[in-house]
Write a protein that binds this ligand. Structure first.
Ligand code: NI
Length: 175
């Protein structure tokens, strides 16, 4: 089932999501999140973006030189993800399904060690680099109620907010 993706400035996007206590309570939700991510042509989606107060994210980040971007190849489900170790620095022009039409350079850690539960509730630990590491940090931010525009300088953020506000006002006047 397709879920509705909340758009900025929906206040729910500021929710700090709750830890998942038991895997059974979220099992049914995961296929819907995956379907919604693919339908929106995203490479990551956090539960807070679909109005659910749980620490779950789905990601399918294409390999850097993969032109075919085969869907499902790198699909991963993260439940209660935690960054154990982070190092380096990388800047990437990020976008977000909750802030359509806006991109901006964001600085993140370049490499991570991550601990998480998988979709069967098993603890997994893995390393992430490059775009995969960026996407994990972007999704964990969502689970903490933080958007990529919150990571920009105040000046840049205000510019973007003004642009979004204008677009929303124009939409309200549209016929
Ligand atoms: Ni996002």
């Amino acid at each position: 089932m397709l879920l509705n993706i909340l758009k900025y400035p929906d206040p729910f996007l500021k929710t700090k999501a709750a830890e998942v206590a038991g895997i059974d309570e979220v099992k049914a939700l995961i296929p819907d999140m995956i379907e919604t991510m693919y339908h929106a042509r995203g490479i990551g989606l956090a539960a807070t973006q679909v109005g659910i107060d749980k620490r779950i994210a789905v990601l399918d980040v294409p390999d850097e030189n993969d032109e075919r971007k085969e869907r499902g190849k790198n699909l991963i489900v993260l439940i209660n993800p935690r960054i154990l170790h982070a190092e380096g620095s990388i800047v990437y022009e990020e976008g977000c399904l909750s802030i359509p039409g806006i991109t901006a350079d964001v600085q993140r850690y370049a490499a991570l060690r991550v601990s998480s539960l998988d979709r069967d509730g098993k603890t997994v630990e893995f390393d992430a680099q490059g775009l995969f590491a960026i996407a994990i940090q972007h999704e964990i931010d969502h689970l903490d109620g933080v958007l990529f525009i919150d990571r920009l300088s105040r000046l840049k953020r205000e510019m973007i907010k003004r642009k979004i506000r204008k677009a929303l006002e124009a939409e309200e006047r549209a016929l």
